[in-house]
Write a protein that binds this ligand. Structure first.
Ligand SMILES: NC(=O)c1ccc[n+]([C@@H]2O[C@H](COP(=O)([O-])OP(=O)(O)OC[C@H]3O[C@@H](n4cnc5c(N)ncnc54)[C@H](OP(=O)(O)O)[C@@H]3O)[C@@H](O)[C@H]2O)c1
Length: 504
């Protein structure tokens, strides 16, 4: 057990639907173990797994213990796992069967009494998205969505992505869930917001007086957000065929990064204030006309290639993928934000699979200094100041400035100031879900998506999806695995004499 790093979360039962699945084994259980190890969760946390497997409680404990030993990040303290196992319980049942919820209700009453969890329940929907509504409906019918009058406790539900697949389906899901749960009870998770560097963006922007005055159209030329993956679809071709890069990455993760960069400073750091500012940014993103979709978006799909010396197949040759697939594995957008701060500043977003290397970075390029001052010297051109927030794998912030090379003539060279996140101390090994789960236990939804944020992001993406669907791509595959994506994505910036900032 390590030194506690914060206050103990309230007692609760974490009910995981789909507890035999990948997310639970690889991320959720290791996350809980980390929270226990750091003294953030105490002895009054109980986990109930709902699966279709013919398991008793002991079988479930065995499977989860094996999963934690396999997927634990860092060094596992065996006493922590041992202390948790007796508080793991299993409910066997199909999610579509009302009897599953009757059984769950009975078990919850028992464990609540035994472990004094004070009637606090979190329902984690770790299941395919098609089952979200079914579970919510059944929880409502089984009277598990609200505390019975006079009783203590709260009920919260964590919903995984994808939250809808276009604006209509997202609105339908919002409406359906709102029949059972109040908005304050719903926690729509985006694991990107659990990353330290992402959470640091607001501290960096708003905790340092020198950046906010220049954080606007007067001083910033353009913003680029890149989320590059070197991996392919990793056996999830069937799912990816229904999604594509725009739905899978841009609508959620990249838009979250965009809001953190572009939002106004909130009046307070509480869930309502922060999320009010975020949604304003999303609503200010100019929806594209069909003509603008053709000019300001690029889609791509990888063909066979080589990454790190390994030959990899093209997307259409991946298992579960149609040999004639139109699904995009790469998307780039040029977005405009119609507000006073950002009018005229292009925001370029790109994400793709099977690119040269894995990297997430946000690049803020400032306007150039006036050139005249050095007109009679050897300095003909000055580079822009560039601020790069590296989110992963290297967590660091760099600022490129101009400096004079020592010597009798004036020669200006770009130099780099660098802040490495690890110099602040070694971060505890983490799955990335710790902060998010801990926040939910504490009723803090700041880092979770509100319904209006989800709808606003789909409002931006859906017109693009509509045009892409109406005009199937003719040139897929149009980039080689191991490259930086389709040539058209470079042309998107070249039109305005800009280039993508290289990924270092
Ligand atoms: N895995 C990740 O890294 C990750 C990351 C981000 C988001 N997500 C999201 O998290 C959710 C879960 O992902 P996952 O990777 O864990 O999926 P998964 O491995 O396919 O697990 C889903 C689980 O749901 C269960 N299930 C399906 N139908 C059921 C039914 N009718 N009754 C009872 N259980 C049923 C499955 O049970 P059986 O084992 O009996 O089939 C399976 O164990 C999805 O929404 C996914 O998009 C996952």
């Amino acid at each position: 057990m390590v030194e506690p790093t914060g206050r103990l979360a309230p007692p609760c039962v974490l009910v995981i639907f789909g507890a035999a699945g990948d997310l639970t084994k690889r991320l959720l259980l290791p996350t809980v173990v980390n929270l226990v190890e750091h003294g953030l969760v105490g002895q009054r946390l109980v986990i109930v797994g709902v699966t279709r497997q013919p398991w008793g409680h002991d079988d479930f404990r065995q499977v989860m213990a094996d999963a934690v030993r396999t997927f634990n990040v860092g060094t596992l303290d065996p006493t922590v796992l041992e202390s948790l196992l007796p508080r793991l319980y299993h409910v066997r049942g199909d999610i579509n069967d009302p009897a599953t919820y009757t059984g769950l209700r009975t078990l919850l009453a028992e464990v609540d009494a035994e472990w004094e969890t004070e009637g606090n329940y979190i329902y984690y929907l770790a299941v395919p998205p098609g089952l979200f509504e079914v579970i919510v409906d059944h929880l409502g019918q089984a009277e598990l969505a609200e505390t019975t009058p006079g009783a203590t406790g709260w009920r919260r539900v964590i919903v995984e992505k994808p939250f809808g697949h276009d604006l209509d389906s997202a609105q339908a899901l919002v409406a359906r869930m709102s029949q059972v749960f109040d908005e304050e009870q719903i926690y729509r998770i985006d694991h990107y917001l659990g990353k330290e560097t992402v959470q640091n963006i607001l501290v960096f922007r708003l905790g340092n007086g020198i950046f906010e005055p220049v954080w606007n159209r007067r001083y910033i030329d353009n913003v680029q957000i890149t989320v590059a993956e070197s991996l392919g679809v990793e056996g999830r071709g069937g799912y990816y065929e229904t999604a594509g890069a725009l739905r899978d990455m841009l609508q959620n993760h990249l838009f979250q990064l965009l809001t953190l960069i572009a939002m106004e400073p909130p009046a307070a750091f509480d869930p309502a204030s922060v999320r009010n500012e975020k949604v304003k940014v999303l609503k200010a993103v100019r929806p594209m006309t069909p003509e603008q979709v053709l000019q300001q978006t690029v889609r791509g799909q990888y063909g066979a290639g080589t990454i790190d010396g390994v030959v990899v197949p093209g997307y259409q040759q991946e298992p579960g993928v149609s040999p004639n697939s139109w699904t995009e594995t790469y998307a780039a957008l040029e977005l405009s934000i119609d507000n006073w701060r950002w009018a005229g500043v292009p925001f370029y977003l790109r994400s793709g699979k099977r690119l040269t290397k894995r990297d997430t970075q946000i690049v803020i390029t400032f306007r150039r200094a006036p050139l005249r001052l050095f007109a009679d010297t050897a300095v003909h051109d000055l580079e822009s100041n560039v601020l790069v927030i590296h989110v992963q794998p290297d967590e660091k912030i760099t600022l490129r400035i101009q400096a004079k090379r020592p010597g009798t003539t004036v020669t200006v060279v770009p130099v780099q100031m660098e802040f490495q996140y690890e110099t602040l101390g070694e971060a505890s090994p983490s799955t990335g879900y710790e902060t998010l789960l801990y926040d939910c236990m504490n009723g803090d939804s700041t880092l979770y998506n509100r319904a209006d944020m989800v709808e606003a992001s789909w409002s931006v993406v859906t017109p693009i999806l509509d045009v892409w669907k109406a005009l199937p791509p003719r040139d897929f595959p149009n980039y080689t695995a191991g490259s930086w994506g389709p040539a058209a994505a470079d042309m998107l910036l070249q039109r305005s004499n800009r280039t993508w900032h290289p990924v270092e």
